[in-house]
Design a binder for this molecule. Structure first.
Ligand SMILES: [Zn+2]
Length: 401
């Protein structure tokens, strides 16, 4: 008695994907072991077994691309001769790290200068004894406040109209600087009023599961002991705080700082059995793109394949708050929605999906749509399209490397 089996889509068995047929030839019961080594989500497998080699060779797909039929007759392959459809699913875990409580006085581009001297004044302008750094410092404090003192005595608190940088940095305020003012305290930009805490910086991964589900990827954000050599949690709750990831305002500097940050904190590698996305809740991106002052450029997050650090996503909490509350920013998405949309958008970049100006991977990668999703229906409509989903199912997502 002949026994045989056909792999209907052998091209989907890459690497050492193997197929073994065991049969003693004496009965028509056979046992098969199908091993799929490159388990890309969304792949479908079905095995047909029959005693007739001729029958096996005649099996193919119907025009619908799904139903298994005998070619000559078009009759469906009987259930006795085939397995159910096996669909490959992939689990995506998330290593979720969080920066510690903000230190807004951190150099070189602090959001709060605690105190300093006033060395000269003329009407609305004062020169201060503290140098405000470029880049990113020009007009950084516009819209913020400054408290003016004579010695230990508070004279008034004024609104900053603009500031210059470098030696002899000047502050222009709304009202004439009091003649007796000789010192200042708490020169602050709007980051202080926004009062972002470490608790706010925790990434919100609540949209991950629904957005990745159509790619046959199951997202599990609860498990956090992903290290291959330890059962300890890989989620770090107090990554050293950085006021800006990218303190020199250049792409090179930003890239180096991002990579160093990720290399120092990312622990969990992906494996053949599951994927791990790395997500770090951070404060602001490069100093000249942190929405201080409000009219400055901004970046709400960064996600990518990484260079020496492997794939990662950084989410910039203060910048998200800044653009939601800043007048005239054009952002109408709520802060809570934007924070969770940025998370899933940046993780998608880890899979190689592109922004709308570079590709077409679905509304979730369209920044204009993400920034103006101000109804539940519009948030729900922010999904990956077929092109984007195909990039996910075809991904190799490495962890630490
Ligand atoms: Zn993007």
């Amino acid at each position: 008695m002949a026994a045989g089996a056909t792999i209907l889509n052998p091209e989907l068995l890459p690497g050492d994907g193997s197929f073994t047929l065991l049969g003693d030839g004496a009965t028509d019961e056979i046992e098969m072991i199908l091993a799929i080594s490159a388990r890309q989500p969304g792949n479908n497998f079905a095995v047909v077994a029959h005693t007739s080699q001729e029958y096996l060779e005649s099996v193919g797909f119907a025009a619908d691309g799904v139903t298994l039929v005998v070619a000559e007759t078009g009759a469906p392959v009987g259930e006795a001769f085939r397995t159910p459809l096996l669909t490959v699913w992939r689990t995506l875990y998330v290593e979720r790290d969080i920066m510690a409580d903000p230190d807004l006085t951190q150099e070189p581009g602090p959001s709060r200068i605690p105190a300093g001297a006033i060395t000269a004044k003329a009407d609305l302008t004062m020169t201060i004894g503290v140098e405000i750094d470029e880049p990113g410092g020009t007009d950084q404090f516009s819209g913020g406040t400054i408290a003016l003192y004579q010695g230990e005595t508070l004279l008034n608190t004024d609104t900053v109209v603009f500031n210059t940088t470098g030696p002899g940095s000047r502050i222009v305020v709304r009202y004439p600087v009091p003649a007796l003012a000789d010192a200042f305290r708490d020169l602050v930009d709007d980051d202080v009023a926004h009062a972002v805490t470490a608790a706010d910086i925790i990434p919100d991964l609540s949209l991950m599961a629904s957005r990745f589900l159509p790619a046959c990827v199951r997202v599990d954000t609860a498990k956090n002991d992903l290290s291959s050599n330890s059962s300890e949690s890989v989620d770090d709750a107090a990554v050293a705080f950085k006021l800006n990831v990218g303190t020199l305002g250049t792409n090179e500097n930003q890239t180096t700082e991002k990579d160093d940050l990720v290399k120092a904190n990312k622990q969990a590698p992906s494996s053949p059995d599951f994927w791990v996305a790395y997500v770090l809740g951070a404060f602001q991106g490069r100093v000249d793109k942190d929405a201080d002052p409000d009219r400055e450029d901004w970046i709400l997050g960064f996600g990518g394949r990484g260079s020496s650090s492997g794939p990662f996503a950084l989410l910039y909490r203060e910048s998200v708050r800044d653009v939601v509350v800043a007048p005239g920013s054009g952002v109408t998405t709520s802060e809570a929605d934007l924070w969770r949309l940025v998370a899933v958008h940046e993780v998608a970049h880890e899979f190689g999906l592109l922004d709308k100006d570079k590709g077409d991977d679905g509304p979730l990668m369209n920044n204009v749509a993400v920034l103006t999703a101000d109804t539940p229906a519009e948030v729900e409509a922010l999904q990956f399209n077929g092109v984007g989903l195909r990039k996910i199912v075809a991904a190799e997502l490495y962890g630490r490397n």
